[in-house]
Design a protein around this ligand. Structure first.
Ligand code: NDP
Ligand code: GDR
Length: 337
């Protein structure tokens, strides 16, 4: 039986790590681009080797490199996750965000076209494209992005659809609403709050500084969302799908759940920090993922309150763990580590 090959751009990010683990479980040979050896690869290398996990150095701003990688790997499926993904940062670095998050996608699509590969392509589209559009948002809701990041994602969304229509590529947009986990980057609000709650409980800090507490998000669990990505590339026809829980909570609600899980009152520990505000924010998103349920058979199982508890428990576990031994060397890696 031939082994399927997948290429994941941004394999070291939150979603890249969960998706790599899912595809390895399914028997894939998994290639990933990264700019340093990711933590989860260190953990795997320590556990049981990485024969079917191969890392490549790759930057989205270099189209020639992308062509070379595709020629070398010859993937069956490409999951394009790499991006400058922080919304607040995109206001400080709008041009860089446009170059990576927007143009990076068309560079990769064009690299696939130029190499003549017939691989399937997944684009990590985002609920940030809906921005100010009233909830609930679904596949046909008009976009109204509220940040340079959202604008770049709209460009990438349409590039993906255009390559599907113009060249008949199997190219899909997964329009994913916020999804979190203990592997979330530390500067995103859920992880920031979960970390702070655990550290307050442990007596390591007393307060956390946050911006807009009224913003409402549809928060799901990243480990479940990567399964939807895979399902989208297994269909007979390429199409676009919203992936969400269908419920929304405010940042304040999330903080309340995290602190209450530890017997604490969030109001005693949160301080307002003007610097965390954005020139324009997304007030309220709630996804309607009924198409994904109907066609892909996918449905979110974990909702925000449970997610908050799960993240806080992971932070407590990390605080209580003994500092680990030196990480192992990742096999098959051309990434400096
Ligand atoms: P992360 O920020 O955790 O991961 C993004 C990855 O992209 C990082 O590994 C980063 O690598 C890499 N990257 C950034 N810039 C470049 C570049 N110029 N060249 C190559 N690689 C680069 O994001 P998530 O895992 O949370 O999200 C995955 C994708 O899904 C992103 O495109 C994001 O925008 C999108 N998305 C995420 C949602 C969420 O709620 N998590 C919701 C909807 C969409 P490095 O570590 O080297 O910087
Ligand atoms: P978001 O996630 O912008 O939705 O983008 P983030 O966690 O950064 O912000 C969510 C909401 O919380 C408010 N907020 C704060 N945010 C951060 N980061 N830090 C704070 O201190 C803070 N205080 C309040 C924000 O204003 C915002 O309203 C994420 C990213 O993963 C994107 O890549 C992805 O596309 C979208 O989710 C869907």
């Amino acid at each position: 039986m031939t082994v399927k090959k997948a290429l994941i751009t941004g394999i070291g990010g939150q979603d890249g790590s969960y998706l790599a683990e899912l595809l390895l479980e399914k028997g894939y040979e998994v290639h990933g681009t990264a700019r340093r050896v990711p933590d989860f690869v260190h953990r795997r290398a320590n556990r049981h080797g990485t024969d079917r996990l191969i890392l490549h150095y790759g930057d989205l701003t270099n189209g020639t490199r992308l062509v070379g990688l595709l020629e070398e790997i010859q993937p069956d499926e490409v999951y394009h996750l790499a991006a400058q993904s922080h919304v607040r940062v995109s206001f400080d670095e709008p041009e860089f965000t446009g170059n990576t998050t927007g143009l990076g996608t068309i560079r990769l699509l064009e690299a696939i076209r130029n190499t003549g590969l017939t691989c399937r392509f997944y684009q990590a589209s985002s609920s940030e494209m809906f921005g100010a559009a009233p909830p609930p948002q679904h596949e046909n809701t008009p976009f109204h992005p509220r940040s340079p990041y959202g604008v770049a994602k709209v460009y990438a969304y349409w590039a993906t659809r255009n390559y599907r229509e113009a060249y008949g590529m199997y190219a899909v947009n997964g329009i994913l609403f916020n999804h979190e986990s203990p592997r979330r980057g530390p500067t995103f609000v859920t992880r920031k709050i979960a970390t702070a709650a655990a550290r307050v409980k442990a007596g390591l800090q007393d307060t956390v500084h946050l911006g807009n507490l009224d913003a409402r998000r549809d928060w799901g669990y990243a480990a479940e969302y990567v399964h939807a990505m895979w399902l989208m590339l297994q269909q007979d026809q390429p199409d676009d799908y919203v992936i969400a829980t269908g419920t929304s909570h405010s940042v304040r609600d999330f903080a309340e759940h995290c602190f209450a899980h530890l017997g604490l009152d969030y109001r005693d520990h949160i301080r307002f920090d003007e610097r965390q505000l954005r020139p324009s924010d997304v007030d309220h998103v709630v996804g309607d993922a009924s198409k994904a349920h109907r066609v892909l058979g996918w449905k979110a199982a974990t909702h925000a309150p449970e997610l908050a508890r799960l993240m806080v428990d992971a932070e407590l576990g990390a605080l209580n763990s003994v500092p680990g031994a030196a990480p192992g060397t990742a096999a098959g890696s051309s990434v400096p580590g």
